[in-house]
Design a protein around this ligand. Structure first.
Ligand code: AMP
Length: 504
């Protein structure tokens, strides 16, 4: 077992210390637990409930050294390289040490898992190059996945070309199963290596996908909803290949398919398949009457063309009237089956990858970060708005701040505010930032005092009511973005990664 420790060894160690209960007595059983407590000789005081359990512990040889002496370990699950156990300790110190051991074990586990993921990604790209004339479709689930593949090629083409030339995988691909899988495909091919160097070494990557994979017929990925922002970038790399968004689905349920796969990305509609779940729809434009506690749900057969609805599902797996959180617009009918365009996530304003940040989360993050301005500078955020910037890969959040007039703020403090905002954002955001690297550092753009007044004047000049005007917390309209960008005084980025653990 590479770098790990068998449970049998761990149990032996605990038994040796007189800490692991014998027989089938897991610590879940009260009599055994009390026997164990007595055996420890220091647990007689305090109620049983003070004996608290940590969450799952990933046990590797490195974390094992750090386990507290008074710990109880209960095996849960084991793989070749690591084991998962419940761990409990009666003492505060023990629990602290267990938490530290947990953090280290998790880091070592993630390093192993990610080295596999990196090896696998490398091998897939290598095989894709070796078999480039056989590739008919270039696809990923979401558009961001496709762009990550392009970025991976940008970062690794020199090594890939070297491996192709030599006909051998470089030793950094350590995983044996990955090496075995590639062995049957990789042969020395100096001509292909030259081609890769020539194509990828060019400064201009427009159309690279069609050149590297000349027989590919189309790109396939979800390019609707929040992924629509990546269509121009994909188009840039695609060399004119059609972009196909086949299906609309979620972890909870498959919803529908695109019956016109070759249509323009802006026209994609999905036909909901009624045999996959029971679908109902909540009109989003209906005013709810005061005192109404049941929303007026509409059946699939009764939705109306042109109206927007939030989709509600009852699934075979047991979800009952579950609000998925997606807003759809009825764009037409296929025979009598309604077709829907994806409009937006309900209550979501920012998304780069799998992250979904809503207005409340953004507000909370701005409040937390702006607290950093108050103490040293007495400054505060007078107004803010945000957008995603996907001009480069990975994309990132941009937050425009107008500060209270007349106060100068250090750039270090503003850099710290960027990180503070990231710390306050949801776990998916931080995981994408820390683990997948699919989101870049958050940026604060400080704008001139009066910029948000200009934004309001501009919006009103386009017909908005002055009485009803609210500062938008996200801007997507290009002229509004241009206006904000023309007023930027300084910009600042997070200089470090936010914290993320799998227990967040
Ligand atoms: P998840 O539950 O993480 O698998 O994500 C499912 C969500 O991804 C859906 O509820 C939508 O918000 C989004 N999604 C999935 N397919 C599409 C699609 N074809 N177009 C737009 N958004 C989609």
């Amino acid at each position: 077992m590479a770098g790990g420790m068998e449970f049998s060894e761990l149990e032996a160690k605990r038994k040796h210390h007189g800490q692991l209960m014998s027989g089938d007595g897991g610590w879940h059983g009260v009599p055994e637990m009390q026997a164990g407590r007595k055996r420890n000789g220091r647990l007689n005081e305090g109620p049983a409930s003070s004996f608290s359990q940590t969450r799952l512990l990933l046990v590797t040889s490195s974390s094992e050294e750090e386990l507290p002496d008074d710990a109880f370990v209960e095996p849960e699950f084991q793989s070749d390289d690591w084991s998962v156990a419940s761990l409990s300790s009666p003492s505060v110190n023990g629990r602290r040490r267990a938490a530290r051991a947990l953090a280290r074990a998790l880091a070592s586990f993630l390093a192993t898992a990610f080295s596999y993921a990196a090896s696998s990604r490398y091998a897939q790209m290598l095989c894709g190059l070796c078999q480039r004339h056989q590739v008919l479709r270039i696809g990923a689930v979401f558009a961001t996945g496709l762009l990550r593949a392009v970025q991976f090629l940008q970062l690794n083409w020199e090594q890939l070309a070297a491996d192709i030339e030599a006909g051998a995988l470089n030793p950094r691909v350590a995983d044996e199963s990955v090496r075995d899988a590639v062995a049957g495909i990789l042969r020395p091919d100096p001509e292909l290596a030259r081609f890769v160097r020539e194509e990828c070494g060019k400064a201009e990557w427009a159309g690279i996908l069609a050149r590297v994979w000349p027989n590919a017929r189309y790109l396939e990925a979800v390019i609707t909803g929040t992924m629509a922002q990546y269509v121009p970038t994909l188009r840039h790399y695609s060399g004119g290949l059609p972009m196909v968004s086949i299906s609309y689905a979620s972890s909870e349920c498959f919803f529908g398919v695109n019956l016109r796969p070759l249509c323009d990305p802006s026209e994609v509609s999905y036909t909901i398949m009624p045999n996959l779940a029971y679908f109902e729809f909540l009109p989003v434009d209906d005013e709810q009457e005061e005192g109404d506690d049941e929303p007026a749900l509409v059946d699939l057969a009764r939705v109306e063309a042109g109206r927007e609805y939030e989709i509600v599902i009852t699934t075979f797996a047991g979800l009952n009237r579950y609000r998925v959180g997606d807003v759809l617009r009825v764009s037409g009918f296929h025979n009598s089956a309604p077709q829907f365009q994806f409009v937006r996530r309900a209550n979501m304003i920012l998304s780069i990858d799998a992250d979904k940040t809503n207005e409340v989360e953004l507000q909370r993050a701005v409040e937390r970060a702006s607290a950093l301005l108050r103490l040293p500078h007495g400054a505060s955020v007078a107004e803010y708005t945000s957008r995603t910037c996907t001009a480069r890969i990975p994309g990132h959040y941009v937050v425009y701040w107008e500060l209270t007039a007349g106060v100068a703020v250090d750039k270090e403090v503003l850099g710290g505010c960027c990180l503070e905002m990231e710390e306050a954002l949801n776990t998916m955001y931080r995981q994408s930032r820390v683990v997948y690297g699919s989101i870049g550092p958050l940026e604060i753009r400080v704008v001139w005092p009066g910029t948000f007044q200009d934004l309001m004047d501009y919006t009103i000049s386009r017909g908005a009511s002055v009485n009803q005007y609210k500062t938008p917390r996200c801007v997507t309209f290009p002229p509004a973005i241009k206006l904000l960008d023309s007023c930027v005084v300084s910009n600042h980025f997070s200089a470090a990664l936010p914290r993320w653990t799998s227990y967040d």
